[in-house]
Ligand binder design. Sequence first.
Ligand code: SF4
Length: 212
Amino acid sequence: MKERNWYWLTRMKQVKKALERNGMNAVVARSGEEARKKALRLIPRGATVGLGGSRTIQEIGLLDDLRKGDYRLHDQYAPGLNIENSREIRKKGINAEYFVSGSNAVTDDGKLVNIDGAGNRLAGFCYGPEKVILLVGRNKIVADVEAAIDRVKNVAAPMNAKRFGFKTPCATTGRCSDCASPQRICNLTLIIEKQKPKGRITVILVNEDLGF
Ligand code: SF4
């Protein structure tokens, strides 16, 4: 529907400017396919690449591209890995040259809000990789930090808990009850208000609903 398309493109262009004011690069992609191509153009062949857990990069086919392409990918999601192998790969990933992931939320004033269970994804966002590339569907845009945290706890976390088969309350009720479950997946919160050095993070805003 053209009005929906107009609405989201207009809002994403405003968020792009806000992200740029906060020291991040930002681009708008009209589709997941366009976003995938834009991301790949940013990563040189032969580069080491780490991953943050992201349904979005799976959905748009970027994870497959990284697996098949000429990259040195630290892929903790490769089939057949045990927990110890996976942990070692995550450690390498947060020291890679490039780090590719999604973001749980982005605010209208250009802040990125993410919540992790273990924190490897947040570590890669903060420090280590020279470049961070984040693929962000339009459904992740929210008004402010409060709305972002509400989104993560009451939308993203329940679906992720369900996806992984975790026995958290939200995987049954669909709402957060600030649980003490041993499988709790939201233990660490990162708010990126501004990025230094400038341009280290590139956000690709996608005019599609992607991920959780
Ligand atoms: S704190 Fe517990 S109930 Fe709330 S979203 Fe996280 S895992 Fe789910």
